[in-house]
Design a protein around this ligand. Structure first.
Ligand code: ZN
Length: 71
């Protein structure tokens, strides 16, 4: 779950779908890449790493990537 004041809705509640596909956008280098989360855990990527509920690009970005649900 994302800890955010303005986010009233959370996208991560589709329990019928084991895998969620997201577009991750790096705030530093503006890379856009598809990532997959299973039960809120990042899988199958070496370009991104997960810290708690945030996904970071491995380009050295200190801000987490924006994640957009890809339907
Ligand atoms: Zn980056």
């Amino acid at each position: 779950m994302v800890k955010s004041q303005d986010n009233k809705q959370t996208h991560v509640r589709r329990i019928d779908e084991p895998m969620n596909e997201y577009i991750a956008i790096c705030p530093k280098c503006l890379t856009m890449e598809t990532v997959y989360l299973v039960d809120g855990k990042l899988i199958n990527t070496k370009k991104f790493r997960q810290i708690k509920t945030y996904v970071f690009h491995t380009c050295g970005a200190i801000e987490p990537c924006r994640l957009i649900l890809n339907q």
